[in-house]
Design a protein around this ligand. Structure first.
Ligand code: 8YV
Length: 302
């Protein structure tokens, strides 16, 4: 979390930082008295840790993903799990569009070509592709999926989607399955929340259905895409490319991604802007403050 947020945290609470090795002994001594955990969406808190914290009453996630916390187990121990909804929607959607454009217009390849002096030596970047007139399939039409869909429309794309539950408040074409969606899309934008039900929801059959002109963009979680299948599909030309902000084993991602063609990689930056990280941090502080004031936190997810 950003310095102003950490300052407030330190002002109002006794803070132990798990990620600072020097703090480990103090942390071990304090385990029984720790009443709140602040954590990242990609980090969460394991059940092993929850068991070590008998006084824990709240896990305040600095993010919207709850896949790294066992929500039901936390509830069974009367622990609130809170998130930071709303404030990161636009930035994550922006990054999804940025990744799509980066793949379509070969931003990564072009940047490398210029920097490495290959342009000066006469090498040409192959032509890119226009988003205009293409079909974008949004997998998971929650807040982020909707924001991404609206942006895609501004680029002249037509939107279709798949969502776990039927939606009655949108006019975009709904598809029955992820494979049906992929078959009817040029760009598959993965925005679905990670859970046991959505693990590997983008598998080999979905990538096959997307086809050799198709592009995958993932701003959700690595776990919702079968990475073996994705790497194979990129290598073999089963799909045309991918723009990825999230991976299964972050930050130590599969080394195969270093050499997959037409792939733009980002180190999980969807919500990583100064403005949004401040807004997220403020929500974390608000969730903690309400909890310690004996009130229900505003953004309890379990
Ligand atoms: C953050 C996220 O990168 O919201 C989420 O679930 O993954 C991201 O916003 C992360 O939570 C930072 O702590």
């Amino acid at each position: 979390m950003m310095p102003p947020i950490m300052e407030e945290l330190h002002r109002d609470y006794t803070v132990h930082r798990l990620y600072e090795a020097a703090d480990r002994p103090a942390l071990e001594a304090a385990l029984r008295s720790i009443r709140a955990v602040a954590t990242g969406g990609g980090t969460g808190l394991s059940n092993d840790w929850i068991e070590k914290l008998p006084s824990l009453g709240i896990i305040a996630i600095n993010g919207v993903g709850t896949d790294k916390v066992d929500l039901a187990y936390a509830r069974s121990r009367d622990i609130d799990v809170t998130t930071t909804p709303g404030v990161l929607t636009d930035d994550v959607a922006d990054l999804g569009i940025a990744l799509m454009l980066a793949v379509l217009r070969r931003l990564g390849d072009g940047d490398r070509l210029v920097r490495e002096g290959r342009w000066a030596s006469g090498e040409q970047l192959p032509l890119g592709h226009s988003p205009k007139g293409k079909r974008i399939g949004v997998l998971g039409l929650g807040q982020i999926g909707r924001a991404l869909a609206l942006r895609a429309e501004a680029f002249g794309m037509s939107v279709r989607y798949w969502n776990r539950s039927r939606l009655t408040d949108v006019e975009w074409v709904a598809h029955e399955s992820p494979a049906d969606l992929a078959r009817d899309s040029d760009v598959l934008a993965v925005c679905v929340a990670a859970s046991a039900a959505t693990k590997n929801i983008v598998d080999a059959s979905v990538l096959e259905a997307l086809g050799p002109q198709g592009i995958v963009v993932n701003v959700a979680r690595g776990s919702v895409v079968d990475e073996d299948a994705l790497i194979e599909a990129l290598r073999s030309g089963t799909i045309a490319g991918a723009g990825l902000d999230v991976f299964v084993n972050e930050p130590k991602i599969r080394s195969e991604f270093h050499s997959t063609p037409n792939t733009v990689l980002m180190p999980h930056q969807g919500s990583a802007t100064v403005e949004t990280r401040l807004a997220m941090g403020r929500l974390v502080l608000a969730n903690l403050a309400a909890h310690f004031a004996g009130q229900k936190s505003p953004n309890v997810a379990n």
